[in-house]
Ligand binder design. Structure first.
Ligand code: NAI
Ligand code: 15L
Length: 269
């Protein structure tokens, strides 16, 4: 697949969307921005909800691919998750199918498999085909998104790379993030690989940097051409001094999803 020229970026007003707005143009993308929240410095941005089918049809018309970041990004009441993440993602796929968009890169999450125990010393990293074990309604909506992507590939030939993102922020801010961190620059590298690799069908990958304390297997991401350049390790000394090693009695420290396992989730974790 040649490098897409026009990319619809949903969730463009959010944290990751803002980071990608500054990083992805370097890879040659012309971005079309979409978010329910207005973006003040971007007069051309589309301000609409994912459940607005007319706005979505117009937004996807003529784009080469979609990077789908929009949605509720933390745990929330089921009705809200249902509207934005489950119905909203379905509406996006349906609009893309109707307009013939060939590929979507879907922002899935570690919370789709959040109840997976983290590997102990010497254990193999978590494989990408580990059973789904959502830790929240939020994680459940990401699990739904991955199944929806599979359906649209099998039935309609619409390709998706589902990226189970760890924690993509400018810096890791917790001991847990030392294992899950994806630097914004590596995020842009991974999204670009996912947007341009040949013949992906529906591929699931983990999204993180090449962290020394990595918990999961990046093989399927590397197979797309992703070559991570960053590692959270330089932050380890400071974070461990501040927060300490995992308490062996605390389940949140021993499962991928961290405190999303508890109700309500706590921050920081
Ligand atoms: P964010 O909460 O900062 O941004 C999400 C954006 O989506 C917001 O600007 C919001 O207005 C928009 N949005 C929400 N519902 C919408 C709707 N119904 N219609 C249109 N727009 C809507 O989240 P962040 O951190 O930027 O994450 C982006 C995506 O990546 C999310 O889907 C999140 O679940 C996923 N993700 C992010 C991770 C991270 O470390 N930042 C980790 C794992 C997944
Ligand atoms: C996510 O899925 C969230 O969207 C993000 O805000 C972080 O909480 C991240 O997971 C994480 O697990 O660190």
């Amino acid at each position: 697949m040649p490098a897409p020229r026009t990319l619809l970026l949903t969730g463009a007003a959010g944290g990751l969307g803002t980071l990608m707005r500054s990083l992805l143009p370097e890879y040659g993308y012309a971005l079309r921005l979409f978010d329910v929240r207005p973006i003040e410095d971007e007069p051309g941005a589309i301000t609409a909800d994912l459940t607005d089918t007319e706005a979505l049809r117009e937004a996807v018309r003529g784009v080469d691919a979609v990077l789908h970041l929009a949605g509720i990004s933390l745990e929330a009441p089921f009705e809200k998750i249902l509207k934005s993440n489950i119905e909203g993602t379905y509406r996006l796929y349906e609009a893309a199918r109707q307009e013939g968009v060939p590929r979507i890169v879907f922002a899935s999450s570690n919370h789709a498999v959040g109840f997976t125990p983290v590997p102990g010393v010497g254990d193999a990293p978590i494989p990408v085909d580990t059973p789904r074990r959502p830790d929240t309604f939020y994680g459940l909506s990401k699990s739904f998104g991955e199944d929806l992507a599979q359906l649209y590939w099998d039935k309609h030939g619409l390709e998706t790379v589902s990226v189970r993102i760890g924690s993509c922020f400018p810096e890791p801010t917790s001991v847990r993030m030392l294992s899950l961190w994806m630097s914004p620059a590596d995020g842009a590298r991974l999204f670009h690989a996912a947007l341009t690799a040949e013949g992906v069908g529906h591929t699931v990958v983990y999204g993180s940097s090449a962290n020394t304390r990595l918990w999961w297997d990046l093989t399927s991401a590397r197979a797309l051409g992703y070559d991570p350049q960053d590692d959270s390790e330089p932050y380890a000394g400071k974070l461990l001094a501040e927060q300490g090693e995992a308490d062996p009695r605390d389940p949140a420290r021993h499962h991928l999803g961290g405190t999303f396992l508890t109700d309500p989730p706590l921050w920081p974790y």
